[in-house]
Ligand binder design. Structure first.
Ligand code: GDP
Ligand code: MG
Length: 370
């Protein structure tokens, strides 16, 4: 990476800091162990030590930057699973989200739930689950294309009276391609013409064999209308999450993924994010794709102002200079200076790229950074 300090380089190549400094000194460069190395210096040093290095463009620096303050694994803690519901139109995605929210959020926090935040969290047996409540397909595909996947588990909804449809298959394919585990919710089980066995055999035929038929796919029968099976569905999700051992380090700088964004009157650019790692605080300096700023306000999924978002928490962030795109990664850095430097590098990089290719840089390219 370009932003590599002398001692970090030394550690990476397994030589002492002294040796590195000596070589640079031989080249007429006076450096101390904390100085950043230039790209050409890194190449010379790599040559000298006979190691291969890969210098990456500034758009790729995010993980590296976020790793600055990475704290050892002992700080890793369990984090809630993040869920996206997908399925054919009218099979009950929205109803299911609403029902889960209604039954579970009400349990957690009495009072008005009005604001649409694009994602919300519920609690089941003292464990949190985050749901992405945003037009399923697009968000999911976009983010996958950008490698910024927000989702840990996909719920595929299939109406028990309608069975597998084209968008069901599409959803299955998306989840499979993204290697995201799925749970199948057979919905509308309350309907007189509901036929869950039909759904099961259709999916079994496609290679998604139910667990109770000796396969590996969890099927849960639910009704978004009556609420039947919802607890079962949440338990199944938590079980799957447990198997996945989802972990994060709440002590490091935040890395979050944007799932929705807009320009709001009086607020300016706002971004709904889900934190992937670390903790995002009010006051943090953040960069997000081409945009950057300082976190001025954070709202939780109930529209309430809060001070921070931990791993897998959803929230709305106010304070960016422009509206970022969905799928982009927001990273908190130690200082405004760092943020501005990286923002400048990115802008420059994109400009160069546009010049050199004389084609527009696609968002995918910009997003392909993590
Ligand atoms: P989406 O397009 O997948 O988001 O589907 P919706 O949630 O909008 O539901 C489509 C229609 O199916 C609506 O009229 C819902 O009221 C109805 N619906 C959804 N879930 C159920 C259910 O469990 N039982 C019954 N009877 N109707 C349902
Ligand atoms: Mg819907």
């Amino acid at each position: 990476p370009e932003d590599c300090r002398v001692y970090e380089f030394a550690e990476k190549v397994g030589h002492s800091t002294g040796e590195v400094i000596k070589i640079l000194f031989g080249l007429g460069k006076m450096v101390t162990k904390n100085d950043f190395l230039e790209k050409d210096e890194i190449e010379i040093l790599a040559d000298e030590f006979g190691v291969e290095v890969e210098t990456i463009n500034p758009l790729d620096e995010l993980d590296y930057v976020a790793a600055y303050d990475a704290i050892p694994d002992e700080y890793l803690e369990e984090r809630p699973p993040v869920i996206t519901i997908m399925g054919h139109v009218d099979h009950g995605k929205t109803s299911l989200l609403d029902k889960i929210r209604e039954t579970k959020v009400a349990e957690r926090e009495a009072g008005g739930i009005t604001q649409h935040v694009g994602a919300y969290q519920v609690e089941k047996d003292g464990k949190k689950i985050t749901f992405i409540d945003t037009p399923g397909h697009e968000a999911f595909t976009e983010m996958r294309a950008r490698g910024a996947q927000a989702t840990d588990i996909v719920i595929i909804v299939v109406a028990a009276d309608d069975g597998v449809k084209p968008q069901t298959i599409e959803a299955l394919n998306h989840a499979k391609a993204a290697e995201v585990p799925m749970v199948i919710a057979i919905n509308k089980i309350d309907k007189p013409d509901a036929n869950p066995d039909m759904v099961k055999s259709q999916l079994a035929e496609l290679g998604y064999m139910p667990v109770d038929w000796g396969g590996e796919y969890e099927f849960v029968e639910v009704s978004a209308k009556t609420g039947q099976g919802i607890d079962d569905l949440l338990e199944t999700i938590l079980l799957q999450a447990e198997i996945m051992e989802l972990k994060a380090n709440p002590k490091r700088n935040a890395k979050a993924v944007v799932i929705e964004s807009s320009l709001e009157k009086g607020r300016g650019p706002v971004a709904t994010v889900i934190v992937k790692n670390g903790t995002l605080h009010v006051g943090d300096h953040v960069i997000c794709g081409r945009t950057f700023g300082r976190v001025r306000t954070i709202l939780n999924d109930l529209g309430k102002q809060i001070k921070e978002l931990g791993p897998s928490d959803p929230g709305v962030v106010v304070g960016l200079n422009e509206v970022p795109d969905a799928g982009e990664i927001m990273v908190a850095m130690d200082s405004d200076k760092q943020v501005r430097e990286l923002a400048q590098k990115r802008a420059e990089y994109l400009r160069q790229k546009e010049l050199s290719k004389s084609t527009k840089v696609t968002l995918d390219e910009l997003g392909n950074l993590i």
